[in-house]
Design a protein around this ligand. Structure first.
Ligand code: ATP
Ligand code: MG
Length: 396
């Protein structure tokens, strides 16, 4: 990976317009015949500017960060260093699991630019889940990949000092703080950024007054802030994954940091649940996929635990069970938080908003909220996903 390339004209950060981008990329020697490069903007997220650059020989993705969230504007400042984190984390994933991310072709930390492999014709996971076109191995792949990355960046695998150094490089403090606000604070404080139909305002207000719920969210947030089990993606929703027959790919790693083992899987499984609740024809399938994710995670994690560790205490009877139970409880809690925030916060997703009938849309949102609260409150009593099966029966 080309870590920093700065020709003289790119020594100070500035936002690059389309013509600048073409010129910038021509200097990188990525294209044969770079004169006829075409550029289209493909940004569909909320944070960065993303473009496809192509000619008849090649197609690549060019992503530039602005010092704030693109769709919100300067009132939500964000560090441009997130691009370095994104590229370094992708490079690390690639090292641990080849082809698990788009390959990074170029990183420029001054201009906050990352250039990467174009994943077309793979489909973004969220679109695939809405269309029902995800691969049969999509969910299990995510379980396996998560286990591999988490285990191999944890103290069960990395030498202690190497892990602490990596952790410091990927501290990602401002993005971490944004996650804390987006996931744990704003949905539970009747915040101005919350979004939902007017008919649900009371439910949203009540979230900020429900002391029993707040006590549980407080613990989940505290654990997110203080526990550094392994490298987590930090935003592993279905829109941060590509799916195809031959390859499942994770991307958009700008929120990555060291956090609790159960966080990513919780978010991923919650996004399966959300899709199943919004599209009842997929309800049972999404529940099955959630189980596939978890089983694949357990299989990979336990294999690594048995065969690929130097940590002496992994041999102590009972320790594995303690760790797995904790991961599962956290997964359920963090999935609950993801359900709540996707139902009523600024982090709206197409799954929850494609239904045109307001009553039906609101009914789905209420159901997601109800399940989310249940999972947060009851997580210590939930010991298997099967215990949630009644929420995903076709008749409900
Ligand atoms: N490597 C890639 N190959 C093909 N398409 C890509 C690639 N990276 C990004 N895209 C497209 O650009 C869109 C936006 O990318 P991405 O999610 O990385 O941007 P973002 O601004 O960081 O989004 P978010 O607000 O979710 O953080 C993706 O949904 C996808 O359609
Ligand atoms: Mg992003």
């Amino acid at each position: 990976m080309d870590v920093v390339v700065n020709e003289q004209k790119y020594t100070t950060y500035r936002f690059l317009e389309i013509e600048d981008i073409k010129q910038y990329v021509r200097s990188l020697d990525l294209f044969p015949e770079p004169e006829d490069i075409k550029v289209i903007e493909v940004s569909d997220g909320k944070i960065n500017h993303v473009y496809r650059l192509y000619n008849e020989f090649r197609s690549i993705i060019f992503k530039q960060a602005v010092p704030y969230a693109r769709v919100v504007g300067e009132s939500m400042p964000l560090p441009i260093d997130r691009v370095r984190v994104e590229a370094e984390v992708m490079a690390l994933y690639e090292k641990i699991i080849p082809k698990s991310v788009p390959s990074v072709l170029h990183l420029d930390v001054v201009m906050a630019v990352v250039v990467m492999e174009d994943m077309l014709p793979l489909e973004v996971g969220r679109t695939a889940l809405i269309n029902g076109s995800e691969s049969a191995h999509f969910a299990a792949d995510i379980g396996k990949m998560s286990a591999e990355v988490l285990f191999k960046t944890s103290d069960f695998y990395m030498p202690s000092s190497d892990k602490k150094e990596l952790q410091a490089r990927l501290a990602n403090p401002e993005m971490r703080q944004l996650t804390e606000q987006l996931v744990f604070d704003w949905p539970y404080s009747d915040h101005e950024t919350n979004e939902c139909e007017d008919g649900m305002r009371n439910e949203v207000k009540f979230l900020s007054q429900d002391q029993r719920l707040l006590l549980e969210v407080a613990q989940l947030k505290h654990k997110f802030m203080t526990k550094s089990d392994g490298l987590i993606h930090g935003d592993l929703h279905s829109g941060a994954i590509f799916t195809g027959e031959n390859r499942t790919v994770i991307f958009d790693t700008e929120f990555a940091l060291f956090g609790p083992f159960g966080f990513d899987l919780g978010q991923f499984i919650a996004n399966l649940f959300l899709n199943g609740i919004a599209f009842p024809e997929f309800k049972e399938k999404r529940f099955e996929q959630a189980k596939e994710t978890w089983y694949a995670f357990v299989e990979t994690f336990s294999n690594l635990w048995q065969n690929n560790t130097n940590e002496r205490y992994t041999k102590v009877d009972g320790f594995y069970t303690i760790i797995m139970e904790e991961i599962f409880t956290d997964l359920i809690g963090y999935a609950g938080c993801e359900l709540v925030r996707r139902a009523i916060s600024i982090a709206q997703i197409p799954d929850m908003n494609t239904e045109e009938d307001e009553d039906l849309r609101m009914a789905a949102r209420k159901k997601v909220l109800e399940l989310g609260k249940y999972m947060i409150m009851e997580r210590k009593q939930i010991h298997s996903l099967e215990q949630l099966s009644q929420w995903f029966q076709a008749s409900r």
